[in-house]
Design a protein. Structure first.
Lengths: 97, 482, 490
């Protein structure tokens, strides 16, 4: 893998981040160093090894189907950037360019 | 249709599961509450919250898998599908990509012409529904209601086995019927309980290779599935015949304009970065769980359809029509099994008068004022010739208006047919005597005059005479020499 | 009571009526305020809430309904949600977030009677090893104010080391409890993954995060763990494992190792990372041998690649765990967003600091189309190899002894321009998180006046032997009683 190939703008778009000027170049340089570090993994032979997603050998527990949660909308929305009539408001999704 | 072209259609149908609570939280799963009044911290994606899987959602998925003869996967897992959209609170949807809970199965789809096709189901997986964006309430702003966020969905993915819009619609309809039978979805399309995405491509007849496809998203009625796909097939053929390419894209169906058009907005990413959700562990379903669910399986529409044909002597068409909706099938069966009733007659009434009336009043069969028992008794009274087809309609009307039971209505309204031969014979003899000229002509061979006499008798009896008996007795009376 | 009393001493004092919870709480608040300028270990102190809780605790102490922690002031890392408290994760993104609910672990600590004094500083979203990435400014190391306390739970380590509270909570994703415990000369416990509920603990990397504690000694750490730990139906990864030993800790303490002479493994792969304080770690080994532990060498060949694998896995999980911070329902929103995309991008870019952005982008890269197999999947395979290395070692030995960090506390600003050098700080702690094992960092000496820590690592859910060995070590040594000479503290 070549760390120089990082398309920082593409990654930023996927992550919904905007990087400008000095921050963009600084983060790009750091990212190249980080990717170079993680590329040390490529030297390890993992042929036939199963990936391990979770440290414990446990399985998913199932929850009884009961609607027990009490909803306190006013409290949950107390810190909302913008809410009206119980709805969260955002710039129109239809007016995006 | 367009000759020389063949359409290839596959469906992805999202079935909202009828659980009490959401798939990963204990908030209530229901429709129509005030905005965000059913969204708990887990549904809102507040910092620090975690998902826990609902047992009933798993059970329902397994039930569906068993019903289509699919493999229920012993190991399944949940993945995160990452994209940003206001109605997706966590910035990812929890879904199953790598290991779905239900593997390949088959859905038998009866068609309107009485034939049936087998549609392969590739997989069915569990996922969480998103919230709703409300676009028209505020100028320049979108409102976000997360009540629906976290509603359990079973996404059923068909193989591209469908060839016509009618087949696609029949497939959607059959799936609708199946999930209603299984009791895992309320089937209310108007509330979005089932939503259909259609992948559509066309290719020259006889060619193996598939054409470029488009995806039509979020179609929510049987009729629209048919219309949207028909429009899309025509559009694609038109482009190809004009030498243009079909562009792979997501489109929406606009019912008002009866057209599909490319979807706007940024709900879709070009890279969803799926990976196993570390907040959830592998789901393991053991044999005992599967067997327990198997015992809960009801009689499925195919089996019931065949039984109606074999036991009750219904035609393929009638049996298929009546078994589409489990409530209709239950209604029919209970009416048909009333003492003295007749299955074919009941079928005619259910598919004719009753359905017409329900449609006119915008009611469903589970809210009909005419009960199955009442309809069964009504048919029984036709069978024993108490009622004529005409008086039966009067009784049906009275039943609809809540005027009481069948026999009480017949008595109260004096609708019972005259059966007594003596009474009718006297009446008929009188009428023949009153019209000697017509009787003479009849005897001379003018058969048509029988109708004249029948009319006279019916007039005299106020329509209550049994027409078959009247015919018999008239022929008898007129046969005697003058 | 003196500022450096242990939880057990406080319990005794409160029980005998030598002091009240209100006195302890006010003294702690006072010390926290006096040290604020030099240490900056609190993001939030709430006198009103703390005093109200202390008054309630004193009532319970008097009417005999006290729990194991009644009346004891504690402070919590500011990524534990507490109802009605600001919960910031040291980020501008959540600077104004008031949690509407309480994390299970904190709920249990409060339910046992503890008094919440305030919320502690940390690296932003727990991403860092120095508590320098906090939106609220860096925390200083009480032993040397120009040095970092380590991170990410640096505020917690500094709070306990400075004698403000006897104990504090923290979280450990790649060393975030053990490394600052080592830098600040306190005892830091990272339990087995699944022991402590993650519900209400703001996620950094879900398969690695584990809540734990900072305390004066192993006994106090065990007492807190016994209250915090336990199955939580709200966390799918919470373990249903029952541990009668842990349940008996509030009554019986940690207890002594039951006669059996344990074997401790030492892996060269860990020791070769040490650049400072090796002599202290060697003395710790000798002290354990003197107590009857047998030491032998083991090999953990994949430890070296644990770090790169960790940065891929932690980054991948973090990149999507942090997608919910989008300026829609809570948290920072930019002024006057011109469009939805503008709302997302500006809110997130303004709300997150540089290190958080680096991690999000690293994770996004590792999960993106075309790179998933080479990075994310590869890292998960290495994770298995690391876990198998430990499993193999634990077939031969009962515990592992390892340095907690390569060196002692570094100077503030020393590593800020070199993220990779900063990541190297966690080289000895990360493998433990990948395998989900319990580990504890114990003070084991001073190197040039700065604390050195040594790590004990145990099998899954074997906190009993881990802590009995640690307690035995602390009965034989007194490094855990060393105190920094703090200016402005008295």
């Amino acid at each position: 893998m070549d760390a120089d190939e990082i398309d920082i703008d593409h990654l930023a778009r996927l992550a919904a981040l905007r990087l400008d000027g000095d921050e963009r170049s600084g983060v790009e340089r750091d990212l190249q160093r980080i990717i170079a570090l993680v590329d040390e993994m490529q030297a390890v032979d993992t042929e036939g090894v199963d990936p391990l997603a979770h440290p414990l050998d446990a399985t998913q527990r199932l929850r009884a189907d009961e609607a027990t949660e009490l909803i306190d909308r006013e409290r949950y929305q107390a810190g909302a950037p913008e809410a009206r009539d119980g709805l969260y408001l955002v710039p129109s999704v239809l007016s995006d360019p | 249709m367009n000759t020389g072209w063949e359409a290839v259609i596959g469906l992805e149908i999202h079935v909202q599961l009828a659980t009490q609570s959401k798939i990963f939280s204990a908030a209530a799963n229901r429709f129509g509450a005030p905005p965000n009044s059913l969204a708990c911290p887990v549904d809102l994606g507040l910092p620090g919250v975690l998902p826990v899987l609902n047992e009933a959602a798993v059970r329902m998925a397994v039930k569906f898998g068993l019903a289509i003869g699919a493999e229920v996967c012993e190991h399944s897992s949940f993945d995160r599908k990452n994209y940003f959209y206001p109605d997706l609170p966590k910035g990812y949807q929890i879904s199953q990509l790598a290991a779905p809970i239900v593997g390949p199965g088959v859905l038998e789809v009866p068609l309107d012409d009485g034939a049936a096709i087998e549609v392969r189901i590739v997989r069915a997986h569990l996922e969480e529904d998103a919230g709703k964006s409300i676009h028209d309430a505020y100028a320049g702003q979108t409102g976000v209601d997360l009540n629906r966020a976290g509603t359990p969905l079973l996404e059923v993915v068909s193989a591209p086995d469908l060839r016509t819009p009618e087949q696609a619609s029949a497939c959607f309809r059959q799936l609708h019927s199946l999930v209603r039978y299984l009791g895992i979805c309320d089937g209310d399309l108007s509330q979005g309980s089932m939503r259909c995405d259609a992948n559509v491509s066309v290719r020259p007849q006889g060619r193996e290779a598939l054409g470029e496809r488009t995806e039509i998203k979020n179609i929510n009625s049987f009729r629209f599935v048919e219309k949207a796909i028909r429009f899309e097939i025509d559009r694609q053929i038109e482009r190809l015949e004009a030498g243009l390419a079909v562009v792979r894209e997501t489109r929406l169906y606009d019912a008002a304009k009866d057209e599909t058009r490319p979807m706007r907005g940024k709900e879709f990413s070009d890279d969803y970065r799926y990976f196993p959700d570390p907040d959830l562990l592998p789901v393991v379903i053991d044999e005992a769980f599967i067997e327990a669910v198997r015992t809960e399986l009801p009689e499925l529409p195919g089996a019931r359809r065949r039984r109606f044909q074999e036991e009750l002597g219904l035609s393929e068409y009638d049996a298929s029509w009546l078994t589409r909706n489990p409530d209709t099938a239950d209604f029919f069966e209970s009416a048909a099994r009333t003492d003295g009733s007749n299955a074919k007659q009941v079928a005619n009434w259910v598919m004719g008068e009753l359905t017409a009336r329900l449609n006119r009043e915008d009611l469903t069969i589970d809210s009909t004022p005419v009960t199955a028992e009442a309809l069964g008794q009504l048919v029984a009274r036709i069978e024993d010739e108490t009622l004529s087809s005409k008086t039966a309609k009067t009784v049906f009307e009275a039943l609809w208006n809540g005027e009481g039971e069948v026999d009480a209505i017949i008595d109260a309204r004096g609708l019972s047919q005259m059966q007594d031969a003596g009474e009718l014979t006297d009446l008929i003899d009188g009428i023949v005597a009153k019209h000697p000229q017509q009787a003479e002509q009849f005897r001379a061979g003018r058969d048509k005059l029988l109708g004249f006499f029948v009319g006279q008798v019916m007039k005299a009896t106020g329509g209550k005479a049994n027409p078959r008996r009247v015919n018999e007795l008239l022929r008898e009376a007129l046969g005697k020499s003058g | 009571m003196a500022p450096f009393s242990s939880l057990r001493e406080l319990r005794q004092g409160l029980g005998r009526g030598d002091c009240t919870s209100l006195e302890l709480t006010e003294a702690a608040l006072d010390r926290a305020r006096r040290l604020h300028e030099s240490l900056n270990c609190f993001i939030t102190l709430d006198e009103e809430k703390a005093v109200a809780a202390a008054v309630a605790a004193d009532r319970r102490l008097q009417d005999g309904s006290a729990g194991p922690l009644t009346g004891m002031p504690l402070a919590h890392k500011d990524l534990f949600c507490i109802e009605g408290w600001p919960t910031t994760c040291a980020s501008k993104m959540l600077a104004n977030f008031i949690s509407p609910y309480t994390a299970t672990a904190i709920d249990r600590l409060q339910g046992a009677g503890s008094v919440t004094l305030g919320k502690l500083n940390m690296d932003e979203f727990a991403m860092g090893s120095s508590t320098e990435t906090s939106h609220f400014g860096p925390t200083a190391n009480p032993w040397a104010l120009q040095r970092t306390p380590g991170g990410s739970s640096g505020g917690s380590a500094a709070c306990v080391a400075a004698g403000i509270t006897a104990a504090a909570t923290g979280t450990d994703t790649g060393g975030s409890i053990r490394q600052p415990a080592s830098f600040c000369g306190v005892t830091g416990l990272k339990p087995t993954y699944g022991r402590v509920s993650r519900y209400g603990m703001i996620a950094f990397a879900s398969s690695l995060d584990q809540g734990g504690v900072f305390a004066r000694d192993v006994e106090d750490a065990a007492l807190l763990l016994s209250v915090m730990a336990g199955f939580d139906p709200r966390d799918s990864t919470s373990s249903a494992h029952r541990d009668p030993w842990l349940e008996s800790v509030p009554d019986n303490g940690v207890g002594e190792l039951a006669g059996d002479s344990l074997t401790i493994g030492l892996a060269d792969e860990f020791f070769s990372e040490v650049s400072e304080g090796a002599e202290c770690i060697d003395e710790a080994r000798q002290a354990l041998e003197a107590l009857g532990f047998r030491c032998r060498t083991v090999s953990l060949p994949h430890i070296r690649t644990a770090m790169p694998a960790y940065y891929v896995i932690a980054g991948a999980e973090a990149s999507t765990n942090l997608s919910r911070y989008d300026g829609v329902r809570f948290g920072h929103r930019c002024d006057q967003p011109a469009s939805l995309a503008d709302l997302y991008e500006r809110s997130r870019s303004e709300g997150f600091g540089t290190e958080v952005k680096r991690r999000i982008l690293t994770g996004t890269y590792a999960l993106s189309a075309g790179y998933f197999d080479a990075y994310y999947l590869k890292a998960q395979k290495i994770r298995r190899l690391v876990a198998e290395d430990f499993a193999a070692a634990f077939r031969a030995v009962d515990l592992l002894l390892a340095p907690t960090t390569p060196g002692t506390a570094f100077r503030r600003g020393q590593l800020t321009d070199d993220p990779v050098a900063m990541y190297q700080q966690d080289v000895c702690t990360i493998p433990v998180n990948l395998a989900g094992l319990p580990a504890i960092s114990l003070p084991c000496g001073l190197h040039e006046g700065l604390p050195v820590g040594v790590q004990l690592i145990a099998r899954h859910f074997d906190e009993r032997r881990l802590m009995q060995a640690g307690a035995a070590f602390q009965r034989a040594t007194n490094w855990h009683e060393a105190r920094p000479a703090l200016e402005g503290a008295s």
